[in-house]
Design a protein around this ligand. Sequence first.
Ligand SMILES: Nc1ncnc2c1ncn2[C@@H]1O[C@H](COP(=O)(O)OP(=O)(O)O)[C@@H](O)[C@H]1O
Ligand code: SF4
Ligand SMILES: [Mg+2]
Length: 325
Amino acid sequence: MGAPLLLVENLRKYFEIKRVFLGKKTYLRAVDGVSLSLVRGEAISIVGESGCGKTTLGKTILRLYKPTDGRIIFDGRDITHLGWKDLKWYRRETGLVQQDPFGALPPFMTVKRILEEPLVINGVKNRREREEKIYKALERVKLTPVEDFINKYPHMLSGGQQQRVVIARATILEPKMIVADEPISMLDASVRIEILKLLQELQQKYNQSIIYITHDLSTTKYFSERIYIMYAAQIVESASTSDLLQNPMHPYTRALLNVIPDPDPGNRFIIRNVPAGEPPNLMNPPPGCRFHPRCPNFIKGVCDTREPSIIEVAKGHYVKCWLYG
Ligand SMILES: Nc1ncnc2c1ncn2[C@@H]1O[C@H](COP(=O)(O)OP(=O)(O)O)[C@@H](O)[C@H]1O
Ligand code: SF4
Ligand SMILES: [Mg+2]
């Protein structure tokens, strides 16, 4: 393994919600002490229920939000507190693919203009060079023959094709890292696997580092090397994808995953419902282990009073739970 491309240490992002009394502030702790790393060309997944802080984590890593605390090191540079001007190079080296491709694309621009914009902003002055890059980007995302797509407007494309344009735009400057935030959740079931396979190809053929964010653990097997399970703004388990899917340790991960044989050998894992109960309010999370109100293995007097640390329980397998501490 080489040096990490991305190193995130104890990252926090708190949103200020309201001022109660003079000078007293309330915070929503959307990301609360997350550490992770990503090697060049690697893909990792961040998995958790809606509202656990995945999008905020992705946007804070991309420095679309200002971190409250912690450190983000990218390619050896500390970018945690860089000002907007100094972040220009980081914007070139990173890209974001969001859930809703139609909402992400300007409706009155053709595919060509949509893809040309980041090139112009980033000083690619030569028109021919821009066209070459646009063709290459569309070929990479398999919108071919390019002539059939380049002059179309977003509404003339299917959801899957729109998401391919979003991915082409996010990768046109050949960034080192992209964050794909629930990139298939708004697409028809029929095209979801195609988009996952496209991301897999970008990673494997073009050495694209990817942070894949999802609520659906079963989709991580397509291309991610490592999974981070997020619960209530914190990472509660992380391991290689095969380890985590075959030997889930944290009660929350176990609740997310139902390991049953599937007739399709390439599709061994399917998802069960999330555990009963609601995730906590991040303005006032429960004391001790944040999962304790929903946990079937809850140890009274321990889990509800003391917060477990995340520890390595097997090689490369980390768990934040008193059952292993
Ligand atoms: N800009 C914001 N201001 C205040 N609260 C926010 C903001 N963005 C997200 N939140 C809150 O942060 C928590 C995590 O949200 P989010 O990161 O979108 O989670 P996820 O992507 O896992 O669904 C939620 O409680 C959400 O309401
Ligand atoms: S620390 Fe306790 S409550 Fe939390 S997941 Fe482990 S067993 Fe459950
Ligand atoms: Mg989200």
